[in-house]
Design a protein around this ligand. Structure first.
Ligand SMILES: Nc1ncnc2c1ncn2[C@@H]1O[C@H](COP(=O)(O)OP(=O)(O)O)[C@@H](O)[C@H]1O
Ligand SMILES: [Mg+2]
Length: 503
């Protein structure tokens, strides 16, 4: 017998026909003659059944597992020794009561691993064992060999992504929070995502209708653009994001609620997003009371979900509330593992993490879909010099600033059109549209500058034609910029009204 016939005969999965009737054009004559009596060859049958038993025995053997030991737990960090795992991989510590604490490798110190728990560490004892949490290895298949494990992120845990998440609310680990039953794990992805070659990215060339007039007309958003929504608390960020989620023409909306209060999460889902918004959305909630690691993971997970939809060719709107809380979670972790603080208590790794997260969104390669992303940035006390705000402004393709004075005077959405800018606008809008938007901005600013003069009656009508026009258009402009929560303003309607106001 030749080598081929032996290996074919020993493989129980190979259909018998392959062995008996080899392809006459390619098989050599020795194989043809040897193959004929094979089915009634008693030795071959015995070998086959023996090898089948061997295979079953091999599968019964329990794999030897390497375990490390916990030697130190301080604050947020656990130190393990005796186990080597790559940074970013997951592990678990079994507890005496049968539960377990899952953790992630966030650094190392000599031979020791620094672990960050994903939940509370109650119950961990000195010397507790640490096991690697490898994702389930599939058995090697004869024709494919081992499944590929080329990259470190393939060793990391995978989380559910894909269509079956639509309409669902999940936590940062992909567990359902809405009580609507388990989430299918048919399609999964690691949280790291793939870096896109910047030269392969499709440019931003089409507009995305977000359903908010002031943004559609004055700060037009392109598909694949990444914008910041800068504001203090209570100025109307959540409401504005909810309006966009409900009225946008994007195919899918992914919402990451990171580090907000639990009550706000519920309010956002039930009142602001509403059932019709939720139906085409996926909400990932990692509120303030979960561990810093889970808050970071929530943001990565929401991005991974959006990436999967983009890969399917969909236009995704990703809403991340908030980027500041994401940075704060990273600060918490970095300080805990001993990184020195630099700017306003933020260690340098925070400023590396932000672009790494933001760069994953945007347009995919040509032929793929897009992720248009809105990140909220808290400007505490409306301070625009905050290091996170500064860093965010540099890495995003535009910023929408909400103004507290406007909000306080009942002007909603409180978008400060003077301070806001969409850097993609000039590439995706007509020159006529740009002119109209510029004129409206000029009139708005002109009136604002002279407001006090006009109020005290110091302005003489007729001395400044531009200001006269601004005064005349003032009510129309204010009305144009305001929009009720329940009102949708699509792109065409926004542009028509803009033309109307400045004509
Ligand atoms: N478009 C709007 N129309 C009317 N009221 C609004 C609008 N946007 C915001 N508000 C008011 O502002 C309050 C705070 O908004 P919210 O979005 O929760 O703020 P933030 O998320 O910035 O903390 C809301 O409860 C609502 O009363
Ligand atoms: Mg909010």
């Amino acid at each position: 017998m030749t080598d081929e016939t032996i290996s074919a005969a020993l493989d129980p999965a190979a259909p018998a026909a392959d062995v008996i009737v080899p392809d006459t054009e390619t098989a050599d004559s020795a194989a043809t003659t040897a193959a004929a009596p094979l089915t009634d060859n008693i030795h071959s049958q015995r070998w086959q059944s023996y090898l089948k038993d061997c295979r079953e025995l091999v599968n019964l053997v329990e794999q030897l597992e390497v375990a490390g030991r916990i030697i130190k737990v301080t604050g947020l960090v656990m130190v393990a020794t005796g186990i080597k795992l790559p940074i970013g991989s997951a592990c678990y510590i079994p507890l005496q009561d049968g539960g377990r604490v899952e953790a992630e490798v966030v650094g190392f110190d000599g031979e020791n691993l620094l672990l960050m728990p994903q939940s509370a560490v109650e119950g961990v004892v000195p010397g507790a064992k640490v096991f690697s949490l490898e994702i389930a290895e599939t058995l090697p298949k004869p024709q494919f060999g081992r499944p590929p494990r080329r990259r470190a992120q393939d060793r990391a845990r995978h989380f559910p992504v894909g269509d079956h998440l639509l309409g669902r609310v999940v936590d940062a680990a992909g567990n359902p929070l809405d009580g609507l039953g388990p989430i299918s794990t048919e399609v999964t992805a690691p949280l790291g995502g793939r870096v896109i070659n910047p030269l392969m990215r499709a440019p931003i060339e089409t507009t995305l209708d977000v359903g908010v007039r002031a943004i559609n007309a004055m700060l037009t958003v392109g598909r694949g653009q990444r914008l910041g929504l800068f504001a203090g608390s209570g100025v109307g960020k959540s409401v504005l994001l909810g309006m966009m989620a409900r009225y946008t023409t994007a195919d899918v909306i992914v919402v990451g609620l990171i580090g907000e209060r639990g009550r706000e999460v519920q309010e956002f889902i039930e009142q602001i997003l509403g059932p019709e918004g939720l139906a085409r959305s996926v909400v990932v909630a990692a509120p303030a009371d979960v561990s810093a690691l889970m808050r970071l993971q929530g943001a990565s997970y929401a991005t991974a979900i959006a990436e999967k939809f983009r890969q399917q060719g969909k236009n995704v709107l990703l809403i991340m509330d908030s980027l500041t809380r994401y940075a704060m979670a990273q600060r918490e972790i970095a300080l805990a593992i001993g990184e020195p603080p630099a700017t306003k208590g933020y260690p340098p790794s925070v400023f590396a993490k932000l672009p790494a997260l933001v760069e994953r969104t945007g347009n995919g390669a040509r032929g793929e879909g897009s992720i248009t992303a809105f990140y909220t940035v808290l400007t505490e006390g409306d301070d625009q010099q905050d290091p996170i705000a500064d860093s965010a402004r540099a890495i995003l393709d535009g910023h929408i600033v909400l103004n507290r004075t406007l909000a306080e005077s009942g002007h909603y959405p409180a978008i400060d059109i003077e301070q806001s800018i969409s850097r993609a606008m000039h590439n995706i809008t007509s020159s006529q549209h740009q002119q109209q938007a510029r004129l409206l901005k000029q009139l708005y600013s002109r009136f604002l500058r002279s407001q006090d003069l006009i109020a005290v009656g110091a302005y003489q009508a007729g001395s400044d034609p531009m200001l006269d026009l601004a005064i005349q258009k003032r009510d129309a402009i204010n009305q144009f910029l305001q929009q009720d929560i329940h009102e949708c303003a699509d792109m065409q309607a926004s542009l028509d009204l803009l033309a109307n106001v400045v004509s």
